[in-house]
Design a protein around this ligand. Sequence first.
Ligand SMILES: CC(C)(COP(=O)(O)OP(=O)(O)OC[C@H]1O[C@@H](n2cnc3c(N)ncnc32)[C@H](O)[C@@H]1OP(=O)(O)O)[C@@H](O)C(=O)NCCC(=O)NCCS
Length: 136
Amino acid sequence: VEVVDYERRHLEGIVALCREEGWPSFPEDRLRADRVLRAPGVTSVVAVEGEAVIGFAYLQSDGEIQAHLSNIVVARRHRRTGIGRALLQVGFERAGGRRLDLITDSAHSFYEALDHRRLAGYRLYPPFDEPGRTQP
Ligand SMILES: CC(C)(COP(=O)(O)OP(=O)(O)OC[C@H]1O[C@@H](n2cnc3c(N)ncnc32)[C@H](O)[C@@H]1OP(=O)(O)O)[C@@H](O)C(=O)NCCC(=O)NCCS
């Protein structure tokens, strides 16, 4: 298993991993997913075994201080073999920064196994100039 930079040929494998997790954003528009993974300021890394995509992660960073993890997934049959850690390590080295923030409702035990502080997180939805409604 190797961790490499994202290329267009990894897209179908990444979309398949998202579909398995029930995450709609990438499967519903593949061209948008490809743009997102290559967007300015985004670092996208892929775990591959031969030609097979078995995990990916993407993050944003200012390059020096603050990074944010957008998503990480490892194929079910490859979990608990260190690939998740490797994706974070390589992605963060490539992106730069001193710390990595994220929100999660599904992977507490993975993040808690890493050096961390637990803080409250919020996901905000625009517009920001009116009182909010709760969104999914
Ligand atoms: C979260 C995820 C990416 C972790 O990937 P992984 O390759 O299994 O992680 P690693 O093997 O590097 O795990 C590192 C350590 O985290 C901890 N850990 C990871 N998954 C765990 C679990 N399900 N239960 C308990 N501890 C866990 C363990 O301490 C593990 O080390 P160990 O296996 O030596 O005990 C993977 O479980 C996944 O794809 N989950 C579904 C998608 C998801 O929820 N993504 C996060 C969105 S915010």
